[in-house]
Design a protein around this ligand. Structure first.
Ligand code: ZN
Length: 187
């Protein structure tokens, strides 16, 4: 390769990177900003609906310094798949606040476990996930509840730490494996 060709290729590559890199960064920012399940108030029913923005399309538009939001999922679909998606305005106005992840984190944060009283400081998403206890005392993981039902469930259920949920589940499903000892047996 001649020196002239080398420099020509280098200049073309540098121009291409200078052109593409900012677009890639903007696209990635839009993708991460709009991905994830969110809770909105459906403008038609005034009830919670769980929705997801098409983050890939938002990223493509974001790369070209535009904003394009459309839903890829809604808990009211397929019945209401042709709706006007007016709820997107709520997402534009507060993209972080309506994330299910944010709502769940804020609800648990600083609450005491309804069984052992331990404060739940942080929500673990994969391993030791926190749970909920219904008024009858049965515990379930929070993500076993459909996202659109979470606001109602949060109003009627208590927070439960992972340890207590596991112990309660074992007691409920395999009582023969559990030995209850009175605390008075211990000094
Ligand atoms: Zn507990």
């Amino acid at each position: 390769m001649s020196t002239g060709t080398f420099w020509l290729i280098s200049i073309v590559a540098a121009v291409a990177i200078a052109f593409l890199l900012p677009r890639a960064v903007r696209g990635a920012r839009a993708y991460f900003k709009f991905r994830g399940k969110r809770l909105v108030t459906c403008p038609e029913t005034h009830r919670p609906a769980a929705v997801e923005v098409d983050a890939a399309k938002a990223a493509v538009a974001g790369a070209a310094t535009a904003q394009h939001l459309e839903l890829s999922q809604c808990s009211r679909w397929p019945e209401k798949a042709g709706c006007g998606q007016e709820c997107l305005r709520q997402i534009e106005a507060a993209p972080v606040d309506c994330l299910v992840r944010t709502i769940v984190t804020r609800w648990y944060s600083g609450k005491a476990c309804a069984i052992c009283g331990k404060i739940i400081h942080e929500v673990e998403w994969l391993g030791h996930k926190p749970a909920l206890r219904n008024p009858e005392g049965k515990t379930i993981y929070w993500d076993a509840v459909s996202a659109e039902k979470l606001p109602d469930v949060f109003a009627t259920h208590g927070p439960v730490c992972w340890d207590c949920h596991v112990a309660e589940t074992l007691l409920r499903e395999h009582p023969e494996l559990v030995v209850m000892r009175s605390p008075k047996w211990y000094p």
